[in-house]
Design a protein around this ligand. Structure first.
Ligand code: NAD
Ligand code: IPM
Ligand code: MN
Length: 351
């Protein structure tokens, strides 16, 4: 029997609520496999910082490195909570994990399941993945403020894009496209304005495309991409883009394909030099936290991405199929289900 040794970071707000359901479904999905899973919980996040003053210590990071993969809920303070500086937990915990563990592929699939209400009148067959760069761009913290707090303040946030970093994520996008039926890569950027980074991305995509003659290459400026994501989302297959554009586009993609409560993601180190981390796209949702109102589906689908990554694709597929069945049946349900009830229903369908 193979043992999968997972770290679990439930985090804040609805994080623990949705992660409990993801763990429940995973355990059930592995019952018939020649595998078992162990969970080691790490109490990190805004609440942990309030209690200990720690975001992520070197010891904890080293310990996390020893696991096969990480399942992450969500972190972040409520908007009105002035005890926690905005960005502290996001940068010092979540982004530190993505950067330290070299999660250069931030994989965010979007699929419109049968029967799921989309806000679009005629969405068509929507099934695409966003390959969001995860370690560079405007997220690296390269900037600062001078004359801070005065009328003469100048604040900069300089996007970092390296040939190495762009090339590896672009290559990954083409690899994924070559395994998908539509065989298309769309670069989303804004090289008409952001000429330095934009041209690096454009040249890189064109160079890599030469190695993949069977893949159709498309380009869209990010503003236009938001139009087409709403008017014609079925034109997308694999979207490759930078860290910030990818963040924005994937919330929109979530909304278009049935809501943020369904959107899963993986922060993947494709070279496997450190554990990858799987998490819902959504945040800690302070507005509904602690009320069993959160949809755990995004966390459950993230667990499926995790199992696929650690070499258990059968279990991953069983979870996806169970989720698909549950989602399809939602249209006929009149009662609002609690978070745990959705988890129970999906777990029962997996078994
Ligand atoms: P959010 O995703 O937490 O919430 C946006 C809206 O979506 C809210 O109305 C919320 O109730 C709803 N929502 C989110 N997840 C849902 C679910 N599973 N089921 C039903 N409804 C759901 O985004 P926000 O309000 O911008 O951020 C709140 C906090 O979370 C902030 O501190 C932010 O920094 C943090 N955040 C963390 C992550 C992460 O940990 N990966 C991601 C995004 C935001
Ligand atoms: C996400 C979140 C994070 C991001 C924040 C909380 C750092 O919005 O995972 O999409 O911007 O990547
Ligand atoms: Mn986001």
């Amino acid at each position: 029997t193979r043992t999968i040794d997972l770290a679990v970071i439930p985090g804040d707000g609805i994080g623990p609520e949705v992660i409990a359901e993801a763990m429940k479904v995973m355990k059930r999905a592995l019952q018939d496999e020649q595998a078992q899973v162990t969970f080691t919980e790490y109490p990190l996040g805004a609440q942990h910082w309030l209690e200990t003053g720690e975001t992520l210590t070197d010891e904890t990071l080293a310990s996390l490195r020893g696991h096969d993969a990480i399942l992450f809920g969500a972190v972040g303070a409520a908007p009105g909570d002035t005890r926690i500086p905005s960005g502290l937990i996001e940068r010092e915990l979540l982004l530190k994990l993505r950067f330290s563990l070299d999660h250069y592929v931030n994989l965010r699939p979007s699929k419109l399941y049968e029967g799921v209400p989309s806000p679009l009148a005629a969405p068509g067959d929507v099934d695409f993945v966003v390959v969001r760069e995860g370690t560079e761009g405007p997220y690296v913290g390269n900037g600062g403020a001078v004359r801070s707090g005065t009328d003469h303040e100048i604040a900069t946030e300089v996007s970092v894009n390296t040939a190495y970093g762009v090339q590896r994520v672009v290559r990954d996008a083409f690899e994924r496209a070559s395994r998908r039926p539509r065989k298309k890569v769309t670069l989303v950027h804004k090289h008409n304005v952001l000429v330095h980074a934009g041209h690096l991305w454009k040249r890189t995509v064109e160079a890599v495309a030469a190695d993949y003659p069977g893949i159709e290459l498309d380009y869209m400026h990010v503003d236009a991409a938001t139009i087409f994501m709403v008017t014609d989302p079925s034109r997308f297959d694999v979207i490759v883009t930078d860290n910030l554009f990818g963040d924005i586009l994937t919330d929109l993609a979530g909304a278009v394909t049935g809501g943020i409560g369904l959107a899963a993601s993986g922060n993947i180190n494709m070279d496997r030099t450190a554990p990858s981390m799987f998490e819902p796209v959504h945040g800690s949702a302070p507005d509904i936290a602690g009320q069993q109102k959160a949809d755990p589906t995004a966390a459950i689908l993230s667990a499926a991405l995790l199992l696929d990554h650690v070499g258990l694709p059968e279990a991953a597929r069983r979870i996806e199929e169970a989720v698909e069945k549950d989602i399809t049946s939602r249209a006929e349900m009149s009662d609002v289900r609690a978070t745990a009830e959705v988890g129970d229903a999906i777990a029962a369908l997996v078994a």
